[in-house]
Ligand binder design. Structure first.
Ligand code: XUL
Length: 554
């Protein structure tokens, strides 16, 4: 029998899932989450992000993540009922792109952690930058331009690294830090991703970066899985010396540090396995270990992703190719306005989730020709720097129209912007917190014209991390095992959860998607006012005219 622990250091919380694997028997035996805002209010985060006057800047605290790690492992060691001697390996999943800047004292501090003191107390001297830019930051437009020019254009960078330059990607963030605080950059000995930082805290030594998360930096040669020198040079001087090595996702970083062994009674034989990004981990957690299906994760961000045997770069420039933790590739598109946009509409109309769902049930697909662009935060896909909700033919005060508006917009954006992947989507694996909501998933099925399945474990990133820990241990013991075998019994969708697309609704959305694309074009690129199109749809589907008919934004 073996027990494997997965941790997920996401934007808003730290979660743990422990799995037990005993020949035929496979089960999740522990699951617990600590919400950053609620459990660690002293850091002053809101939805896991530190306050800042500039809406384009989004940072969090690496000390908060360390505090959460200690609190969760303390709780796991005391309350899980797990025999810690059976815990073979721990791996994790980190919010992608976020970076942590450590000085030269970090290596020694990590190695000599004192088990009589709290972790975070001992870390105060190791940072060359107190705050970590995270994936929601979109303040590096200038740095993206500079890097792109230096490497020879969007296409060159995308072919090399899997993505054109994106504001939230780690390379542009590093360049901004180097330009704004050259002394701080000089003092930086090691730049970690959230994933490799958390693994370093567990192992008491600097951990490597895996190709899943490394591909979210605009710094990794995607096909070669090594640092891309031309990109490093375009980003900041002496950068390679400050980056951890790139290693396979199944790399064993080392045994759990004596700190955790002495302070909380963990076994010195428990291995720390390389962490990866949350989306690569989710790919494993929903069982996408070969081509054919896609998954949609409805978390803080919305992401749509799929397994890819060979890297196929997005010619439209909005998608990414990352490494898959299986050693292959994955395609992904990311939308920043995920749970925060749904939550903000829900709160603005004083609804609980049951009322939110009721509005979805009781309103008709197509929203009477109304379209919302719910860009409450700056948006990644499409690129939107000036946040604000845009409404077309939706009354800002009508709760039902706004609920349907936000959900339909999110699903239509997923459909419209994923076409480059060229996947004929028949089946979607839905994951993330909001994938528990069947009304939201019905809209997903109808807009994307695909069957949608739910999973027993909604945090697929965390489950994927636990499965990666299991896989790495097998690899280290030279056991020949396929990913199908690793994931079997954990990642099968719940067959009874199937949500089928309704052909009548699919027909409505086929038209509404065109309207949605026209609204995006109007809002962002000065395209034609979509009113004529709205009127045509009203005639076609017999929808009534709204009093507040003109395009509105607020
Ligand atoms: C992916 C992305 C987000 C974060 C969320 O590129 O930016 O999905 O990984 O944690």
């Amino acid at each position: 029998m073996g027990i494997y622990l997965g941790l997920d250091s996401s934007t808003q919380s730290l979660t743990a899932i422990a799995i037990e694997v005993d020949r035929g028997r496979r089960s999740v035996i522990f699951e617990k989450s600590l919400n950053f805002d609620e459990c660690f209010p002293a850091y002053g985060t809101s939805n896991g992000v530190l306050p800042h006057d500039d809406p384009l800047i989004a940072r969090s605290s690496p000390k908060l993540w360390a505090d959460a790690l200690e609190a969760l492992l303390a709780l796991f060691s005391k309350d899980s009922g797990v025999d810690l001697r059976e815990l073979r390996a721990i791996s994790g999943s980190g919010q992608q792109h976020g970076s942590v800047y450590l000085n030269a004292s970090a290596a020694r501090t990590l190695e000599k952690l004192d088990p009589t003191r709290m972790l975070v107390e001992q870390l105060s001297g190791i940072f060359s930058r107190d705050q970590s830019p995270i994936w929601m930051d979109s303040s590096t437009e200038e740095e993206c331009r500079e890097i792109t020019e230096a490497v020879g254009g969007d296409g060159v960078l995308a072919l090399l690294t899997g993505s054109r330059a994106f504001e939230r990607f780690t390379g542009p963030q590093i360049r901004k830090f180097y330009k704004e605080d050259p002394d701080g950059y000089e003092r930086t000995a090691q730049i970690h991703l959230v994933s490799s930082y958390m693994a370093s805290l567990l192992a008491g030594r600097h951990a490597s970066i895996d190709p899943g998360d490394g591909a979210g930096m605009n710094l990794m040669d995607l096909a070669g899985r090594r640092w891309a020198h031309v990109a490093l040079e375009a980003t900041a001087p002496e950068l390679e010396a400050k980056l951890p090595p790139l290693r396979d996702s199944w790399t064993i970083v080392g045994p759990l540090s004596p700190y955790w062994v002495k302070r909380y009674g963990f076994s010195p034989r428990t291995q720390v396995v390389s962490w990866s990004g949350d989306n690569p981990c989710s790919l494993i957690g929903v069982g996408l270990v070969k081509q054919g299906r896609i998954a949609i994760s409805l978390g803080t961000s919305s992401t749509l992703f799929g397994f890819m045997p060979r890297p196929l770069v997005d010619p439209t420039g909005s998608g990414h190719v990352f490494g898959s933790p299986t050693g292959d590739f994955m395609s992904l598109i990311c939308f920043e306005n995920g749970s925060i946009a749904r939550e903000s509409i829900r709160k603005a109309h004083h609804l609980d989730w049951a009322q939110f769902s009721r509005h979805l049930r009781e309103t008709k697909p197509g929203n009477g020709g109304g379209v919302m662009l719910p860009w409450i935060k700056p948006e990644i896909t499409p690129r939107v720097h000036q946040p604000g909700i845009r409404r077309y033919s939706i009354d800002a005060k009508d709760p039902a129209a706004n609920v349907r508006g936000v959900v339909e917009a999110q699903m239509m954006a997923l459909a419209v912007h994923s076409q480059w992947m060229g996947v004929d989507v028949r089946t979607i694996h839905a994951t993330g917190g909001a994938a528990r909501n069947r009304e939201i998933l019905q809209v997903m099925a109808d807009v994307l014209d695909a069957e949608v399945f739910q999973f027993e474990v909604s945090n697929s990133a965390c489950l994927g991390a636990a499965l990666r820990a299991y896989h790495a241990e097998l690899v280290s013991e030279k056991v020949q095992v396929g990913w199908d075998e690793v994931t079997a019994g954990f990642t099968n969708p719940v067959l009874a959860s199937r949500i089928a697309p309704d052909p009548a609704c699919v027909a409505v959305y086929a038209e509404l998607k065109k309207l949605y694309a026209a609204c995006e074009a109007h809002a962002l690129r000065g395209g034609d006012n979509p009113e004529t199109l709205i009127a045509e749809l009203r005639d076609k589907f017999g929808w009534k005219r709204l009093k507040t008919d003109a395009s509105s934004s607020s």
